[in-house]
Design a protein around this ligand. Structure first.
Ligand code: AMP
Ligand code: TRP
Length: 342
C-alpha cells in the first residue's frame, strides 16, 4: 500500500510515570516541537493507560500526568497548534487496542524486548497489560491514522509491530484502511546514555539520580551533574571516528550537538583537541541555558493545574473528532452491527 495516500499526521506519547529527563527531552519532546513547527497536524499524548501496566500510586499518577503536560508545554508545544491529550480521556485508544489484541499474534508479542526487560525474571507475575502494551501503542497511533511517529531508538521494535498490525488488518479484511506508519528516529540524541555509565540508557528508573538530568533540576544541579559526568582521560577527537570505543565521550558530544542543533561533526570541528576540563563547562553552560527556562516554566505551570486540566479536556474533545469516526469505520469493516437512530 502506498504510504502517501494518507494525509501526514504525527502522533507520539510519553508515559506519565515521573522524572522526565534529558533523554525524553532530546529524544522525544524537542523533536515533537520541530514537527509541530512544520505545520503538520500533530497529537501528543500522556499515556496513562500504558503507565498502569506496572503499579502506579494514584496520587503520583495524577501529579505525573499534569507534570508531563506542563513539560510538553514548557518544551514549546502549543496546545492550540498541537492536540495534547491524556490517553484515558479518549476511549477509542483502549477500544481499538482490544481489536488489535485480536490481530496481533502471540509469537509477535513474545519477541518484544521491552516486555522481557520490564518483566525481568518474574514474567509469570507481570500484568497481562504489560504483555499487551505494544497493541495499545499501535492503537494510539492508528486510531488517528498517524503516518509519522517521532520516538527514541528504544521504541523501534514497537513501531515495527505497529506496521505489522496495520498490514495484517488491511490484508485480513481486504482493505487499505490503516496506514503503514513511518518511525521517525533521527538526530544526534535518539539514545541519550547515563551520565554515570556510557553503556546504559539514561532512564527514569535508574536508581542513581546523578545518572540523568531531570526536567525538574535547577541550574546548579544541572551544572553539577555535568561536571561529575563520567569521562575518559583522552582529549576530544576532531572527527566522529575518534569517538569509537569512547561511549561517555560520544554521549556528551551527542548531547551537546542535539541541544545546540548541530551535527556531531560540526561540534567536533569546534571542540576537537580540548580536554574534558574545558569541554564540560561549555556543555554545562549550554545545558543550563537550554534547560532552565523549561524547568522554570514547568514549575510555573504546575501552579495552575486547573489550566492544565482544561487544556487536556479540550485536547480530548478535538481528538475524539478524529478517533470516533475511525473506530466506527473499523467496527463496520469487521462486521459489528452499528447502533441505529431511534
Ligand atoms: P518513556 O519515558 O519511556 O515513556 O519514553 C518517552 C519517549 O522518550 C520515547 O520516545 C522514548 O524513546 C524517549 N526516550 C526515553 N529515554 C530516552 C533516552 N535515554 N534517549 C533518547 N530517547 C529516550
Ligand atoms: N511506548 C512509548 C514509551 O515507552 C510510549 C508510547 C505509548 C508511545 N504509545 C505511543 C510512543 C505511541 C509513540 C507512539 O516511550
Amino acid at each position: 500500500m502506498s504510504e502517501t495516500s494518507f494525509t501526514p499526521r504525527v502522533f507520539s506519547g510519553i508515559q506519565p510515570s515521573g522524572n522526565l529527563h534529558l533523554g525524553n527531552y532530546l529524544g522525544a519532546l524537542k523533536r515533537f516541537v520541530d514537527w509541530q513547527d512544520r505545520d503538520v497536524e500533530s497529537i501528543f499524548c500522556m499515556v496513562d493507560l500504558h503507565a498502569i501496566t506496572v503499579w502506579q500510586d494514584p496520587v503520583d499518577l495524577k501529579k505525573s500526568t499534569r507534570e508531563l503536560c506542563a513539560g510538553f508545554i514548557a518544551s514549546g508545544l502549543d496546545p492550540e497548534k498541537s492536540i495534547l491529550i491524556n490517553q484515558s480521556q479518549v476511549p477509542e485508544h483502549a477500544q481499538l487496542a482490544w481489536v488489535f489484541n485480536c490481530v496481533a499474534r502471540m509469537g509477535w508479542m513474545q519477541r518484544m524486548t521491552q516486555f522481557k526487560d520490564k518483566a525481568g525474571k518474574n514474567a509469570q507475575n507481570a500484568s497481562l497489560g504489560l504483555f499487551a502494551y505494544p497493541a495499545l501503542m499501535a492503537a494510539d497511533i492508528l486510531t488517528y491514522h498517524a503516518t509519522h511517529v517521532p520516538v527514541g531508538e528504544d521504541q523501534k521494535q514497537h513501531l515495527e509491530l505497529t506496521r505489522d498490525i496495520a498490514t495484517k488488518f488491511n490484508h485480513d479484511y481486504g482493505v487499505e484502511f490503516f496506514p503503514v506508519t513511518e518511525p521517525v528516529i533521527e538526530g544526534a540524541a535518539t539514545r541519550v546514555m547515563s551520565l554515570r555509565d556510557g553503556s546504559k540508557k539514561m532512564s527514569k528508573s535508574d536508581p542513581s539520580d546523578a545518572s540523568r538530568i531531570n526536567l525538574t533540576d535547577d541550574a546548579d544541579t544541572i551544572a553539577k551533574k555535568i561536571r561529575k559526568a563520567k569521562t575518559d582521560p583522552e582529549a576530544l577527537p576532531s572527527e566522529a571516528e575518534g569517538l569509537e570505543g569512547r561511549p561517555e565521550a560520544r554521549n556528551l558530544i551527542n548531547i551537546y550537538a542535539a541541544m545546540n542543533n548541530q551535527s556531531v561533526d560540526e561540534v567536533l570541528a569546534d571542540v576537537g583537541g580540548k580536554q574534558f576540563s574545558e569541554f564540560k563547562p561549555m556543555l554545562a553552560e549550554l545545558a543550563v541555558a537550554k534547560m532552565s527556562p523549561i524547568t522554570t516554566e514547568m514549575a510555573r505551570l504546575m501552579e495552575h493545574q486547573d489550566e492544565i486540566d482544561k487544556i487536556l479536556s479540550r485536547g480530548s474533545e478535538r481528538a475524539r473528532a478524529i478517533t470516533a469516526p475511525i473506530l466506527r469505520k473499523t467496527y463496520e469493516i469487521m462486521g459489528m452491527v452499528p447502533p441505529v437512530e431511534m
